[in-house]
Design a protein around this ligand. Structure first.
Ligand code: NAD
Length: 478
């Protein structure tokens, strides 16, 4: 059993003000694997005070110096990469090979992209031609509160901590209480890199405690949050009194439009993407809309892909799926599968209960529903498990209308080999991100949504800008 009760405050590992033990559950065994402490107001106050005291010095540090610390953090992350992969595999059940390649890899990927963006970032630049002395300056917004979820722990933490450091902000991180081990390890990296005391602080806690204390704190200028739409709304309301900037990365219900002229791997790719990370990704393509003439072929490929998908223990090597994070997510997913059955969708893979041979652990059967209709619960609610809903469409207009008819707007996907239609739909689909034919959005591209998915733009240059105030200057002397 791992015991990690201390918080990282003002450059020191500090015992919590009051003992409030919290058991971190290994989702593959349903047994505790670690004990942390949940912070109290006194811990939050100490962390915010440390960040506030460190702000003037850190903000005034040359950008190149701040960047050098980030480069050092990257070096340490790479040296201790295996520890990071193991921590995430344990705390959230990611199969170890996936934890190594994707979960831990997301951290180094984002840090590298931020380093590249920081090298090109113009902290002060002219407004434009014809306005001599008019300048635009990007300045650190101040003390920031960072609240992260459990599903891609290092992905989220690096998307917030690194640009905040680069921008000259000081911070308090509250990672998810469900998956805090990777963040505690990351705090060790920051300590090892020699980042000055008070610049980065970590307090564990829950949403109603430390989460709300950060959201309402008068000395915090911004909350950067990734998590559920429910918590995003609560944070926005809590933060209103102090008029903070609130940056939200929330849920999603991505559509994947598959046209009859798609490439032959499109359906398989879409199913695999849906199941990746056991379906626990905000950008999962959870609604597959298929052109009717290709519908039966698509269902065959989808069912076959699900049948080939293995589920198993996180410690085993291989490309299998792990468990979902906890009992309440397991039960929520079971309830949604049941609703799909009751509302008349046709089960073509998986279903209720655990996969065969697994009697313990929060394992869910990779599940696919066919013949869905847009009003079904499984087509509207974010399931956050390995459950795909498929339905046919007859025209491009109908497909776009169904895709856009959701409160969410994080990522949509498109599969067609018609170049004119590709570009038309990349613009017509309503989301912060739209991706055609399994291509990449590119290193350093911003990640974020519209509508109930939140309006953050994390990553690369846009990610740094989020942690800055824009100062408009007149009378600059050359
Ligand atoms: P969650 O909202 O329950 O918790 C996320 C974090 O917020 C945790 O640290 C939690 O302690 C804290 N929190 C909860 N309630 C709070 C409150 N009232 N005030 C302050 N903090 C609070 O979400 P989760 O279950 O950890 O993560 C899953 C959700 O995150 C899904 O809906 C998923 O789509 C979303 N997500 C979105 C993105 C994105 O980039 N858009 C990425 C990953 C996950």
């Amino acid at each position: 059993m791992i015991e990690k009760r201390d918080f990282y405050i003002n450059g020191r590992w500090t015992a919590p003000a009051a003992a409030r033990d919290y058991a971190v559950i290994d989702p593959s065994t349903e047994e505790p694997c670690a004990v942390i402490s949940l912070g109290d107001r006194a811990d939050t106050e100490a962390a915010v005070a440390a960040a506030k005291a460190a702000l003037p010095g850190w903000r005034a540090t040359a950008p190149e110096t701040r960047l050098a610390y980030v480069e050092k953090i990257l070096e340490i992350y790479k040296d201790r990469y295996e520890e990071m992969a193991q921590a995430m595999s344990l705390e959230m059940g990611a199969p170890i090979d996936f934890a190594r390649s994707e979960q831990a890899g997301a951290g180094t990927w984002h840090i590298e992209n931020f380093i590249r963006a920081a090298k090109e970032f113009e902290w002060v630049h002219p407004l434009g031609d014809g306005t001599p002395g008019a300048m635009i300056a990007y300045e650190a917004i101040g003390v920031v509160g960072l609240i992260t979820p459990w599903n891609w722990p290092m992905n989220q933490v690096t998307l917030k901590v690194i640009p905040a450091l680069i921008a000259g902000c000081t911070m308090v991180l509250k990672p998810s209480e469900e998956a805090p081990l990777s963040s505690l390890l990351f705090a060790e990296f920051i300590e090892q890199a020699g980042v000055p005391a008070g610049v980065f602080n970590l307090v564990n806690g829950d949403g109603v405690g430390v989460g709300t204390q950060l959201s309402t704190h008068p000395d915090i200028q911004m909350i950067s949050f990734t998590g559920s739409t429910r918590a995003g709304k609560a944070i926005s309301i809590a933060a209103a009194e102090t008029l903070k900037r609130v940056v939200l990365e929330l849920g999603g219900k991505g559509a994947n439009l598959v046209f009859a002229d798609c490439d032959e791997k499109a359906v398989k790719r879409g199913v695999r993407h849906m199941f990746e990370n056991t379906g626990q990704s905000c950008n999962a393509p959870s609604r597959m809309l298929v052109e009717r003439s290709y519908y039966e072929t698509a269902l065959e490929i989808a069912a076959q892909t699900a049948a080939e998908t293995q589920t198993g223990a996180p410690r085993e090597p291989g490309r299998h799926l792990g468990p979902v994070i906890n009992k309440s997510q397991f039960e929520k997913i079971q309830g949604l599968i049941e609703s799909g059955i009751k509302e008349g969708a046709r089960l073509i893979a998986g279903g209720l209960g655990r996969p065969e041979g697994l009697n313990k652990g929060y394992y869910v059967r990779p599940t696919i529903f066919a013949d869905c209709t847009p009003e079904m619960t499984i087509m509207r609610e974010e399931i956050f498990g390995p459950v795909l809903s498929i339905m046919p469409f007859d025209s491009e207009e109908e497909a776009v209308a169904i895709a856009n008819d959701t409160p969410y707007g994080l990522t949509n996907y498109l599969q067609t080999q018609d170049p004119v239609r590709t570009n038309r739909l990349l613009r017509a689909l309503d989301a912060g991100m739209v991706v055609a034919n399994g291509k990449s959005r590119g290193a350093g591209a911003p990640f974020g949504g519209v509508k109930a998915s939140g309006r953050a733009r994390e990553g690369g240059r846009w990610g740094i800008e989020e942690f800055c105030d824009v100062k408009s200057i007149g009378g600059w002397v050359e």
